[in-house]
Ligand binder design. Sequence first.
Ligand code: COA
Length: 227
Amino acid sequence: MVSILINILIILLAVVLIKLILISVIFSEDIKAAQRRDPAAKSFIEIILLYSGLHALIYYRIAHFFYQIHLFFLARFYSQIARFITGIEIHPGAKIGKRFFIDHGVGVVIGETAVIGDDVLLYQGATLGGTGIVKGKRHPTVGNNVVIGAGAKVLGNITIGNNSYIGANAVVIKDVPPNSTVVGVPGRITKQDGKKMDVDLDHVHILDPIMQSIEELQDRIKNLEKK
Ligand SMILES: CC(C)(COP(=O)(O)OP(=O)(O)OC[C@H]1O[C@@H](n2cnc3c(N)ncnc32)[C@H](O)[C@@H]1OP(=O)(O)O)[C@@H](O)C(=O)NCCC(=O)NCCS
């Protein structure tokens, strides 16, 4: 009896070991991305076993495979298991590039028609969502090397250009050109191509006319005070 139990234990351990090896080979790029992007990550094994962002991605890759071969129920089933375990909801129809990393994870939502490039980092609570109930492409397209901050909402069929940063809690509802930093509600560009935006002079990239008016009024008050 004892020897049977020991054999079962050995088989279980072997299965877990094989699973770990497979995950570390198949997802090595994603694991390295997590290691690179999270200063708190100490080891490969820690990421494989304890990072919910990686677990959600593994479930997503399986669900996406089922989605592609039109097994929609199974695909959704997998994505719901992932949501239950990790608190991250990635629709199996979304397209996600290489070296994708979700840090902390919980509360992340990625919609069905979202497209995400390579080397993208999402923090907890980030949403790539739609703005209504229209069918067709209704979620954002995110370029390569983009960071989407904690709690940020990127909504609608818009494009976030390569190498952009979306600030924590920003709400972005318009296209963002490459190499931009966007903050606030609604999101406005504060930096582009490494330069701080001169909000008063830039009338093309301002996404928020109310903010612009307030800034103009502030300037007028400053000038009046000087006089
Ligand atoms: C948006 C972000 C990328 C800006 O980084 P940055 O380019 O270094 O910009 P700075 O820190 O120089 O800030 C530029 C301006 O934007 C403001 N700002 C920065 N982040 C902001 C945010 N999330 N919301 C509103 N305003 C913000 C700053 O106060 C500053 O304003 P000022 O010019 O009037 O002083 C960064 O602040 C951010 O939000 N990153 C997300 C990180 C995250 O979610 N971490 C979670 C870890 S658990």
